[in-house]
Design a binder for this molecule. Structure first.
Ligand code: SAH
Ligand code: SF4
Ligand code: F3S
Length: 473
């Protein structure tokens, strides 16, 4: 048994090992071959992509994916720890599995992902949730088959979670959910330690993948017919800092652009590491999409300092304006936290002011959620929950106004959309994304899934657009 430790997780190990995934010696217990598995993933795009790896590994071992928990013999919850409500969802789902186990005692339940890296969560699972069969962390996803085997062999709960592990695994099998748009990890972990955030503890050291592996993955995806790739990292702008003296995100974007893949995206950007050179590459390369997610978190310099964000509102604005000026047709979205401990009415007003100044194309807004083990969770918090919720409501009204305005500007224009499937709202329509990442519900007389098509925008809503394939206008 190996338990996570938040103090160990804060120690940084600069030795990065690049390990090629080799399963020639590892075989899943034969009793599980041909059995059905179900994976439920919560959280960010990186976790979604980890979910694709978990599925890929299980399929490579002879298990079969099924669409529901009810049908499964093995269920894995790939969890998120970013806010308390992410926890609640997982514990709720675990309750469901517990019930199901009453009539299906051989059903195996595993927990992995970011919650599995939290000391408090794992201690709780160990003492109160004995029906959880195995737990593995974000650092030993590559070793999950051994973790499952040990549970089957011993018949006992098996918890294997490591706090520090520098390995960057290459070649883990993946079962990609889309045939047109693919995630590509470029940097794992985060070294920023924003004071409110659990991610550096759950994901570990900032570790870049070697660029040669990234380029070859993109070339491979292109040859498989993928139209779009999204470069992933908690802070993609720090790419390369831990590996190279003279190769960074600007170089990588330029090299990935040269592969000729049609669309390149990247998330998430931290303003601190965003250089002029990067802005120029985004502006210059036609296949690097004009969309930047640039979290601001707060408009108050006092709060930004307490958050450990290492930039001021003035520095943020300078960068923001530079991106707006240089990148034609760019959309910029952001993340904002309200109710950080001690946030005054004046601090909050600074946030509203900067939103009014930037007029973001969209924003994800959150109420501060204290995460055990992070510095901000220890700060004295004199803002009531009621007040925090009121601030969130007020902020959302403004955010939605600008997102609506930004969408209205698209009406009557012709925008290129990558169609990724049928519309979720209306099965007779299709759904795609514009170059600047706006969701469009599209009328088309023919099946256009997987294609990049010209769409005339007919109508704007707050969070989406309606349009018609140009040939159908
Ligand atoms: N690496 C990204 C953010 C990843 S988490 C970045 O730095 O931009 C996504 C968002 O969740 C953050 O941008 C932040 O707005 C929010 N978040 C993170 N921790 C939080 C917490 N403890 N309470 C509320 N929101 C939080
Ligand atoms: Fe969390 Fe900050 Fe790292 Fe983003 S940059 S993952 S908010 S610590
Ligand atoms: Fe959640 Fe972990 Fe992502 S905490 S947001 S799944 S890095």
């Amino acid at each position: 048994m190996n338990l996570p430790n938040m103090i160990e997780a804060k120690k940084r190990d600069k030795e990065v090992l690049i390990v090629n995934y080799d399963y020639s010696d590892v075989k899943i217990d034969s009793s599980l071959i041909g059995k059905k598995f179900f994976v439920r993933t919560y959280g960010c795009q990186m976790n979604e992509h980890d979910g694709e790896k978990i599925k890929g590994v299980l399929i490579s071992q002879g298990l079969i994916e099924c669409a529901s928990l009810e049908e499964s013999d093995l269920a894995i919850l790939n969890t998120c720890a970013i806010r308390e409500n992410a926890h609640d969802k997982v514990f709720g789902f675990m309750g469901l599995v517990k019930k199901m186990k009453e009539s299906k005692p051989n059903l195996l339940l595993g927990i992995c992902g970011c919650m599995a890296q939290e000391e408090c969560v794992v201690n709780e699972i160990k003492s109160k949730y004995k029906y959880v069969d195995f737990v593995f962390g974000t650092h030993n996803l590559d070793n999950m088959i051994n973790v499952i085997n040990e549970r089957v062999r011993s018949g006992k709960q098996n918890i294997e979670v490591y706090s520090i592990l520098g390995n960057v695994c290459e070649g883990i099998p993946e079962k990609r959910e889309s045939k047109y748009s693919a995630w590509v990890d470029i940097i794992l972990g985060c070294d920023k330690f924003c004071t409110y955030c659990i991610v550096p503890y759950t994901r570990g050291t900032q570790r870049s993948r070697h660029y040669k592996y990234i380029i070859s993955e993109v070339n491979n995806l292109k040859s498989l017919g993928y139209k779009e790739i999204t470069l992933l990292g908690q802070n993609v702008n720090a790419y390369g800092k831990d590996l190279y003296d003279d190769y960074n995100l600007a170089n990588l974007l330029s090299d990935v652009s040269n592969t000729g893949i049609e669309r390149i995206r990247f998330v998430t950007s931290h303003p601190w590491d965003f250089t002029d050179e990067m802005v120029d590459v985004i502006a210059k390369c036609d296949n690097v999409m004009p969309y930047v997610h640039l979290p601001i978190q707060s408009g108050s310099n006092r709060i930004l300092k307490l958050m450990g964000r290492k930039y001021t509102r003035e520095e943020y604005l300078k960068l923001y304006n530079k991106i707006r000026e240089k990148v034609k047709g760019v959309s910029i979205t952001t993340d904002i936290i309200v109710g950080f401990p001690g946030e005054t009415e004046e601090d909050f007003q600074y946030t509203l002011d900067i939103v009014n100044e930037c007029k973001f194309d969209g924003a994800f807004t959150f109420v501060f959620s204290p995460r055990e083990g992070t510095p901000a969770a220890k700060l004295n918090d004199n803002v009531s929950v009621n007040e925090k919720n009121k601030r969130l409501y007020k902020l959302n009204e403004i955010v939605n106004k600008y997102s609506n305005e930004s969408n209205q500007k698209c009406v009557n224009s012709i925008m290129k959309c990558l169609v990724i499937g049928k519309s979720e709202k209306d099965n007779n329509k299709y759904m795609g994304y514009t170059e600047n990442m706006k969701l469009v519900n599209i009328v088309s007389s023919i099946d256009v899934i997987g294609e990049i098509i010209d769409v005339r925008i007919d109508e704007a809503k707050s969070f989406s657009l309606n349009g018609t394939r140009i040939e159908d206008c």
